[in-house]
Design a protein around this ligand. Structure first.
Ligand code: SF4
Length: 383
């Protein structure tokens, strides 16, 4: 009867579904008749219940909490960039929990982010690299990938010229990965165009408590459903040269302006629309980096598996411009490699990729990356 959950629906979600019924020793927590607890922030009542009376059906009986390891991360569900903790064991993510961040999400996260990680363990993910030449398809060793990629791109630039090359960077990439890829593409093809991939938008921004305005808003779910549009734009602007929106990229590719492309997907949902599906046939060399198979794959000369954010490390820049770091929690599926690691090697660096090391290099041209924001640590209680 601490009433934390009731207060949550009154003060944070503003949806008022919960109440206390009866009196004295018969008092109970209940929903108002005909008002199920189904608001977009309802998962938070489980986190704040101090006695475990409210439980998460998604996690219930899946794993003992003391077997879980918590890794600090950032939710990629929308451009708000909530601080979260990834609870995992034996290379499996079991649940996501919010982490206190006074500048972004306070103590909360939304259900969309909390339960939206299941694609990470989807069996249909691309797991190993593929290389095609003519009718021959091979699965090369990772150690050969940097050489193969560089050779094929340099060969194309020699034959067709650097201005025929384009790279599309995804707003699901970490800033470090985007920087490494942009740097490599511009090194091999200095006149290459760089584009940002489609920025998924769904519905409208949702402000909480519902109907709150300005200073009274305590939590926001943004309609921009990707974590790093701003970070990718910062990297592209610092790189300079020909920069394109996704629409311009599709239009110019459709007109045949480019004959070689490096396309990065990594979206949790299908992202290739009808127009984008048609452009694959215009590329003589297509390098596709993605998490799931799509319409572009059949025309790709090189396919590199993208990893989910829980398998990578780096930084995202949220809609408010805050640079925030996320850590790697689990290993990629068998035969895949974290994107940062192979992009690091392709870009000509040796040794282990770490987000921190790449941010130091980036900070020379992008001072915002000299110091990422880290929220203060609060004691974590497993429950
Ligand atoms: S508001 Fe956005 S960033 Fe925060 S938990 Fe929800 S989806 Fe994730």
């Amino acid at each position: 009867m601490c009433s934390r959950c009731v207060r949550f629906t009154d003060e944070i979600s503003g949806t008022h579904e919960l109440c206390m019924v009866n009196r004295g020793s018969r008092t109970e927590i209940d929903v108002f008749p005909g008002m199920p607890l189904d608001n977009p922030l309802q998962g938070n009542v489980v986190d704040i219940c101090p006695v475990g009376s409210l439980l998460d059906k998604d996690f219930l009986f899946k794993r003992r909490v003391w077997e879980l390891k918590g890794t600090p991360s950032i939710c990629p569900g929308c451009a708000t960039g909530c601080a979260i903790r990834i609870d995992h064991a034996e290379n499996t993510v079991y649940r996501l929990k919010p982490r206190f961040n006074p500048r972004v999400n306070q103590w909360w996260m939304c259900d969309e982010g909390r339960f939206g990680f299941k694609y990470v363990h989807d069996k249909k993910r691309i797991r190993s690299p593929l290389v095609r030449r003519g009718y021959e398809t091979t699965t090369p060793n990772w150690k050969d990938i940097p050489e193969i990629v560089r050779f094929r791109l340099e060969e194309h630039v020699r034959e067709k010229g650097a201005a025929k090359v384009v790279a599309m960077l995804s707003p699901f990439m970490a800033c470090e990965e985007a920087w490494l890829l942009a740097r490599f593409v511009r090194e091999v093809a200095p006149q290459a165009a760089l584009a940002i991939g489609p920025v998924p938008m769904e519905g409208e921004d949702q402000l909480f408590p519902v109907s709150a305005k300005d200073d009274a808003v305590r939590f926001t779910i943004l309609k921009e459903k990707c974590p790093n549009r701003r970070g990718i734009e910062m990297v592209l602007q610092a790189t300079g040269g020909d920069l394109l929106t996704f629409e311009q990229f599709v239009e110019r590719s459709g007109k045949g302006d480019f004959s070689a492309a490096w396309i990065v997907g990594g979206y949790p949902k299908p992202w290739v629309d009808k127009n984008a599906a048609k452009i694959a046939e215009n590329f003589e060399l297509l390098i596709l980096q993605d998490m799931f198979e799509n319409e572009l794959m059949a025309g790709a000369a090189i396919v590199l598996p993208s990893c989910a954010w829980v398998e990578r490390e780096g930084s995202f820049v949220n809609a408010a411009g805050l640079v925030q770091v996320f850590e790697r929690a689990i290993d990629p599926p068998h035969a895949a490699r974290p994107d940062g690691q192979y992009l690091h090697e392709i870009a000509g660096f040796t040794g282990l990729y770490t987000g921190e090391r790449v941010r130091e290099l980036m900070a020379e041209s992008l001072p915002a990356f000299a110091k990422a924001y880290t929220p203060p640590e609060l004691p974590v209680h497993a429950h």
